[in-house]
Write a protein that binds this ligand. Structure first.
Ligand SMILES: Cc1cc2nc3c(=O)[nH]c(=O)nc-3n(C[C@H](O)[C@H](O)[C@H](O)COP(=O)(O)OP(=O)(O)OC[C@H]3O[C@@H](n4cnc5c(N)ncnc54)[C@H](O)[C@@H]3O)c2cc1C
Length: 468
């Protein structure tokens, strides 16, 4: 068996470029800098530690055959390969830590088939484009990240977790949401493998460290003309209690209220939404997408629980009225709204024990004072109603973040740390043995996105994980 690649090995760029002759290759500094940019700058810690990390070459394959050529060349030349989709990840996922090739998947963007209940696409398709194609056939995606206009489906599956729609359809990992992945391996010679059922989890959220996803079969659901709604409450506690009541009414066996998105944002954050500032009245806000048929019931519940609806309409109607889509008021777009005018903030990701206890959140707000501003996303996971927070943090230093994380954990919450590039340290906090075993098989030299999987560094290379 060949010896695995060790970070720091010299890459023979001339030989690599010769092997890639005829492909769309850019070895320029500008292309390298673009290929290394994603949204890790939301974290001051990652911004500092990942500065200057970039690829030696950017290759943009135009066909599966070209992907296979790039894979074969990287194996032969022992060159790291990092896949890049839309580059919207938050943890430096597509920042190559040790140079090599960035494989830009964006030209593999074809919608191959749309059937009732599912679509087959190339992995570089923009999520928004696929959703539009599905809607032309009266279907839609079950969930999208709030970055759907710029993110790829392959990147969502390799780097994402859940999104708008998770309130109704669960998280990406829930069975049936992703039906098949076709991946190219970094073996000699590279192989093309299809993964279905539970095997999909070997590659889902593995940061492109154990296979190049080239095709995806993804679930579709009948299209709904979602009504975007903004409801205001006086008090975050009241807002969360409304979220729990509305969420309970949307669970599949009831669907009295059919909700696609339910995002709670507290009053110290809402003033950051520049385009909505006048409408939000400095109050606590619920950003939601609700089916037209059940919107009256949703609004009646909001009113009965002390809320007032200040905006409603389809996405196009809101945009025509000078407002953003509520899709872009949620998930990490909330952090983005704050960062546009205040570079002193960063964020955490916190999963709460189910069911969410608003009294716990109230205690935390009291304890953290002005240091932590609350934002919760309601979602379903494994069929249950869950909530996780993306609170804004007034940033001082890494020690402060560690203290906050510990404090949340003592409350029984789970931290999905957005200030690390290491896969296991983000959310899992443990080795995913299936992902590691798959990497041993598909990437025996350890060339894919090296430095991201702690288990590989520690068990195979015998070096500490999380090292640059
Ligand atoms: C404002 C904002 C809001 C966000 N909201 C959400 C949200 O709602 N839900 C959510 O889950 N995430 C969210 N994210 C994170 C990110 O946008 C999503 O996960 C997104 O879907 C990533 O897609 P991408 O094409 O940009 O992937 P990239 O950033 O290009 O890549 C992500 C990871 O996947 C790997 N990868 C990409 N393509 C492939 C491939 N074809 N084969 C193998 N590996 C691949 C990369 O190497 C990298 O490790 C948000 C980020 C921002 C900045």
């Amino acid at each position: 068996m060949s010896i695995p690649y060790r970070p720091g090995e010299r890459v023979d760029s001339a030989a690599l470029q010769a092997a890639l002759a005829g492909l769309d290759v850019d070895a320029g500094a500008a292309a390298g800098a673009r290929a290394a940019a994603d949204y890790h700058w939301y974290s001051p810690i990652l911004a500092e530690r990942l500065r200057g990390r970039r690829p030696d070459l950017v290759v943009r394959p135009r066909s599966v055959d070209e992907v296979l050529r790039v894979a074969a060349a990287c194996v032969r030349q022992r060159t790291p390969l990092t896949v890049r989709g839309g580059g919207t990840g938050n943890y430096g996922q597509c920042v190559p830590l040790h140079g090599g090739v960035t494989l830009d998947i964006s030209a593999l963007n074809q919608v191959l088939r749309i059937e009732p209940g599912w679509a087959s696409v190339q992995a570089g398709v923009l999520i928004h484009d696929l959703d539009r194609a599905a809607r032309a056939m009266r279907q839609q995606l079950c969930m999208v990240p709030s970055t759907a206009r710029v993110a790829t489906l392959g990147g969502f599956i390799a780097g994402g977790h859940s999104g708008i729609g998770s309130m109704r359809h669960g998280v990406l990992a829930d069975p049936g949401n992703v039906r098949r992945l076709r991946v190219v391996t970094l073996e000699d010679p590279p192989r093309v493998l299809d993964l279905e059922g539970a095997d999909i989890q070997k590659v889902h959220h593995a940061y492109g460290s154990n296979g190049i996803v080239i095709e995806v079969d993804v679930a579709l659901t009948p299209a709904v003309d979602w009504q975007h709604s903004i409801a205001l409450f006086d008090g975050y506690d009241a807002l969360l209690r409304f979220g729990l009541a509305a969420g309970a009414a949307t669970l599949e066996n009831r669907r009295e209220i059919d909700i696609f998105q339910l995002s709670a944002v507290e009053r110290r954050i809402t003033p950051y939404y520049a385009a909505l500032r006048d409408r939000l009245e400095g109050a606590d806000a619920m950003f939601a997408q609700v089916s037209p048929q059940t919107l009256p019931r949703y609004e009646a519940l909001a009113q009965a629980m002390g809320g007032r609806v200040v905006a409603r309409g389809t996405e196009d109607e809101l945009i025509a009225a000078g407002m953003p889509s509520v899709t872009e008021c949620a998930y990490n777009h909330t952090t983005l709204e704050a960062l546009k005018s205040d570079r002193g903030v960063t964020y955490l990701q916190v999963a709460y024990p189910a069911p969410l206890d608003p009294a716990l959140v109230a205690r935390q707000m009291q304890r953290f004072g002005d240091e932590v501003l609350m934002h919760h996303e309601f979602s379903r996971s494994g069929g249950a109603l869950v909530a996780f927070a993306l609170p804004l943090v007034l940033y001082f230093d890494g020690e402060q973040l560690d203290t906050l994380k510990r404090s949340f954990e003592l409350d029984g919450c789970r931290i999905f740390d957005p200030h690390t590039w290491v896969l296991e340290d983000g959310g899992m906090k443990q080795v995913d043995e299936a992902q590691l075993a798959f990497k041993r098989q598909t990437d025996p030299l350890g060339l894919m996105n090296p430095g991201k999987m702690r288990a590989w560094d520690e068990r195979v290379l015998g070096r500490p994980g999380g090292q640059l």
